[in-house]
Ligand binder design. Structure first.
Ligand code: FE2
Length: 260
């Protein structure tokens, strides 16, 4: 890949996303949210990849994958007015389909094309699929960390902003009730990822997001997570119960340990 390819991809991406802006303020906020998210994920992936000593071509592949990872979000939102895959479409798969249909990566060598397509397609899978090609695994680990780090930012901002300024599709339409489910909380105690399917309230969603700490891959990601105080920011918006506080303390300890 040449740096001119990356430049062309960025131009294409801003042209493409521009077509999704409408006169509706709510829709604009949701589209804007994903455009901004994309640029922060690009920033995150470059930071993590450099710490992992990626350079040249590999660094550009990582950035391209980040640029396109949520490509499917725009069409998903314009068709279904939601970011909830379970009631609409798998946005990773949709993004890969768009890349394919628009033939955006046509000038790249086949192997690079495959790496980028697979990274986009599986960035949102519950776990990384089995790949013989370890480079596939590497780029998926990178995107998944870079993506999570920025989703935490989006959430921390979402909860802090007044309701009329919130991008409505962020909370996935889950009710903002004081309850939370024990099954989601128990994932935090068991140090495993909570699944989207069992979520009933916005608090469950927050707990699930905290469980992502157990799925981070790189030391630099743990550092960024701690530096930006995402755990504390999200924790501050949860019910202040003893069992939640215990789970938070456990995550904090885990994240601290992973930075050494
Ligand atoms: Fe995504």
């Amino acid at each position: 890949m040449q740096s001119s390819d990356l430049y062309t991809f960025k131009e294409w991406f801003s042209e493409y996303t521009r077509t999704f802006y409408t006169d509706n303020a709510g829709d604009r906020r949701n589209i804007d949210l994903k455009v901004r998210h994309t640029s922060f994920v690009c920033e995150n992936i470059i930071g993590i990849a450099k710490e992992e000593h990626l350079s040249g071509n590999n660094l550009m592949i990582a950035e391209t994958a980040a640029l396109f990872h949520d490509l499917g979000r725009f069409l998903q939102y314009s068709r279904y007015k939601t970011f909830r895959d379970s009631i609409s479409v798998n946005h990773g798969r949709l993004g890969a389909e768009i890349l394919d249909k628009e033939n955006i990566l046509r000038h790249l060598p086949l192997h690079e094309r495959q790496l980028i397509m697979n990274t986009v397609r599986f960035h949102n899978a519950f776990e990384i699929p089995l790949f013989e090609d370890q480079q596939n695994v590497l780029f998926l680990k990178l995107i998944r960390d870079a993506d999570k780090l920025d989703i935490w930012r989006v959430f921390a901002e979402y909860y802090q902003s007044p309701e009329d300024e919130q991008a409505s599709a962020v909370g996935l339409g889950l009710p903002d009730l004081p309850d939370y489910s024990k099954t989601v909380l128990s994932c935090l105690y068991e140090k495993k990822l909570a699944t989207l399917s069992g979520l009933k309230t916005l608090n469950d969603f927050k707990l699930m997001q905290l469980s992502w700490a157990y799925d981070l891959n790189f030391r630099h990601s743990f550092r960024l997570m701690a530096e930006r105080a995402y755990i504390q920011k999200i924790a501050a918006t949860l019910p202040q119960t003893e069992e939640i506080a215990g789970a938070i303390a456990l995550i904090e300890k885990f994240v601290t340990g992973k930075q050494e």
